[in-house]
Ligand binder design. Structure first.
Ligand SMILES: [Fe+2]
Ligand SMILES: [Fe+2]
Length: 273
């Protein structure tokens, strides 16, 4: 795949963010990561860089309210396709959210290692998305075959004004939720002997621990920079910017290993389970 070689990290991220063809988008993310890791992209970006409100997306999937997205038992092939499709949609949003973090908060003056972390996240989300898309094709389906919902991108839009808010909601609430549900999902898939799908979810689970760790590291960094208490600030951000209670049970061990200790979330309201 041939396209112009980007010069700076933020413009490469905006270009991938705007891309509507998902093969090209993931290829652009991989090129961005390769160039960044080879130190061939500059960090200096134009201050007037315009970061889109909405990422580039193909015509399908059609967007519907969350309760209209089909949920079925994974014991049926239709159910497995619905699960793979729903998670592929989450991964696509995660690619765009990582790119948005790279491009949007250039005035925060973050160190180079902040961008190292988010470039790895974008690359891994892109890998997850493609693993799930390929698995969908094993079931003669594809990403776009089912409806999806726009709830995740809403969280990105609601936290456009503040990196602290963005880190609290995206990695520390949404991606941490992935850690909570992954072990039981992997065991359900293993029980139905779908080892190929289980292996994909194992890869995703391991990588996502790292994404929460990147989020926690830089959330704590920003709190220290602004002399804020991390746990209290996290609670304030969740109360202000996250709709609805957190959903237990929490995977305390995996969360803790990623630096997200119960002190952050224990006192927040939760839904019954
Ligand atoms: Fe992911
Ligand atoms: Fe992630």
């Amino acid at each position: 795949m041939e396209f112009d070689r980007p010069k700076c990290l933020a413009s490469a991220a905006v270009d991938a963010l705007n891309e509507t063809d998902l093969d090209v988008k993931t290829a652009k993310v991989n090129l961005l990561a390769q160039l960044w890791e080879a130190r061939s992209l500059s960090l200096t970006s134009k201050k007037d860089m315009s970061v889109p409100n909405e990422p580039g997306r193909p015509d399908v999937p059609i967007m519907v309210p969350p309760h209209n997205v089909p949920k079925r038992s994974i014991r049926s092939e239709k159910g497995m396709i619905a699960l793979l499709h729903a998670i592929a949609h989450i991964e696509l949003n995660a690619i765009d959210m990582a790119l948005d973090i790279i491009a949007r908060f250039t005035n925060e003056n973050m160190p180079r290692s902040f961008f190292d972390g988010w470039v790895i996240v974008a690359k891994e989300e892109s890998k997850h998305f493609n693993l799930l898309r390929n698995r969908l094709s094993d079931f003669s389906s594809f990403y776009g075959a089912l409806p999806a919902h726009g709830g995740l991108w809403e969280s990105a839009q609601k936290t456009q004004h503040s990196l602290l808010a963005r880190l609290a909601i995206v990695p520390l609430v949404l991606e941490a939720r992935g850690l909570d549900i992954s072990p039981s999902l992997i065991s359900q898939i293993t029980k139905i002997n779908d080892n190929k799908t289980a292996d994909i979810f194992r890869i995703i689970y391991e990588d996502e621990k790292g994404h929460v760790a990147v989020g926690t590291k830089w959330f704590r960094f920003l709190c220290q920079r602004h002399q804020l208490d991390p746990a209290l600030t996290f609670q304030k951000m969740v109360n202000q910017h996250f709709r609805g209670p957190l959903k237990p049970p929490f995977n305390d061990l995996a969360r803790c290993k990623s630096g997200l200790t119960p002190l952050f979330y224990r006192s927040l309201p939760t839904s019954g389970h």
